[in-house]
Design a protein around this ligand. Structure first.
Ligand code: GCU
Length: 413
């Protein structure tokens, strides 16, 4: 036990660092727990060979779909793409920029999403692309004056997109770095797919398949569905190497990237940045954010079934190491930040380590049995992991590592 004054002091620091009070940030207070076995089927049989894996994978995917994120529909039959704008000499000649509307058809509460795609202007052929949703509108990812302004939908109504917000999140999108290293980057605004508040699923794409059942799609599943629709487009674009699209996301959009990558095996690489509870972190550790807190504070994110595990993590038929395992054998990278205790860096690391069982079964390289690596010392095998110094964020340091990781898996001349 910590002396009371130190404990109170630690709690105050935690709040100061954006870690809500009243939750556990003490490794010594993590309860003992037993993780569900990835390599044991529901009927108790052991999964021993690579040939046994697809059936077990299907079981795990179904559990996450029913109990955690919710089931999403197929691509709408009326889906259509239209190029709204393009410029072969954008960003001072560095980039080819394209803005593409994806129409979902009349049944959707919103009719479309807009994709912003930059590829290197002088690419000799199709390039690998990092695809991720953004929090504030495409115009926030770069100062480029040609990016179309996105309106913001809030619980109070519609706010027009503002020129003043151009590039306000550009540190989170290292566009020039990616282009210089030969990658494209594609993004869309998460609220085009589903605004991030609880409105009983009237807005966004949910009207395509209105949630009626407690196993139907919540907002994270709607966002993940949108990433698959963006991939549908990217695979038609001649500037994009469609078999080399990495899906990436930060925080709630990191949870989204993981679920998108788990469901849709066309994503060739999956990257989780500080995704925490409901993302890469093990729920059973109850360190930082808990299942109960996330379902209470964000009741729209998950399938209703997930709330049954509030305060009952040990009853979950899955834990998040199994979500990560669904990415195998494709390259997977999980990243944490040292001050981001709310997202449980140790729980994110352990999930990535345990997912390694499936990588090894499939003849790939896991993180190994190592302890969590030191701050700013990345480990890159078929599973990659780093813990960066600093706060909950996605920074140039993180992007450099993701590009290094992609270079190591997708070598080019
Ligand atoms: C909150 C939430 C997290 C989430 C984060 C974010 O902190 O509790 O689960 O990851 O917001 O998306 O920034």
């Amino acid at each position: 036990m910590l002396p009371k004054l130190i404990a109170v002091g630690l709690a105050a620091c935690a709040v100061a660092l954006g870690q809500p009070a009243g939750f556990n940030y003490d490794e010594a207070a993590v309860p003992t727990y037993e993780l569900p076995r990835i390599l044991r089927s529901a009927d108790g049989t052991a999964v021993r060979t690579a040939a046994d894996w697809p059936a077990r994978r299907a079981e795990i995917l179904e559990l996450f779909q029913d109990q955690v994120y919710g089931a999403a529909p197929a691509a709408p039959p009326g889906m259509a793409f239209s190029v709204l704008e393009q410029d072969a000499a954008a960003l001072g000649g560095l980039a080819h920029r394209k803005q593409v509307r994806v129409e979902f058809g009349d049944a959707a509460g919103v009719s479309s999403m807009e994709i912003l795609l930059y590829t290197p202007a002088r690419a000799g052929g199709p390039v690998p692309v990092f695809l991720g949703l953004n929090f504030g509108g495409n115009h926030t990812v770069h100062q480029d004056p040609a990016i179309r302004l996105a309106d913001r939908v809030t619980a109070d109504g519609l706010e027009e997109g503002r020129d003043a917000d151009r590039g306000s999140r550009s540190s989170r999108w290292q566009v020039e770095m990616l282009l210089r290293r030969g990658y494209g980057v594609a993004t869309a605004y998460c609220a085009d797919l589903d605004p991030d508040f609880d409105d009983g699923f009237r807005n966004g794409v949910h009207p395509l398949a209105p949630p009626e059942d407690p196993g139907d799609w919540g907002t994270i599943a709607a966002w993940a569905w949108g990433l698959s629709r963006a991939l549908d487009y990217l695979q038609t674009d001649a500037r994009v190497a469609g078999a080399r699209v990495a899906v990436i996301g930060h925080s709630r959009l990191g949870k989204t990237a993981l679920w998108a990558g788990a469901r849709d095996e066309r994503f060739a690489m999956v990257i989780s940045n500080d995704s925490g509870c409901g993302g890469a972190a093990l729920s059973r550790r109850r360190f930082g954010e808990t299942v109960e807190r996330i379902n209470t504070r964000f009741p729209h994110w998950f399938a209703d079934n997930f709330s049954a595990y509030n305060g009952k993590e040990d009853e979950l038929p899955v834990d998040q190491h199994m979500l990560l395992a669904l990415v195998a054998p494709r390259p997977l990278y999980v990243a944490s930040a040292a001050e981001d205790l709310w997202a449980d860096p140790q729980g994110e690391f352990l999930a990535a380590r345990h997912a390694g069982e499936v990588y090894e079964l499939l003849g790939r390289r896991s993180l190994g049995a190592l302890q969590r690596p030191a701050v700013n010392e990345p480990v890159m095998r078929d599973v990659g992991y780093h813990i960066r110094a600093g706060k909950h964020d996605i920074t140039a340091y993180d992007w450099e590592r993701y590009i290094d990781f992609a270079d190591s898996h997708w070598p080019r001349d």
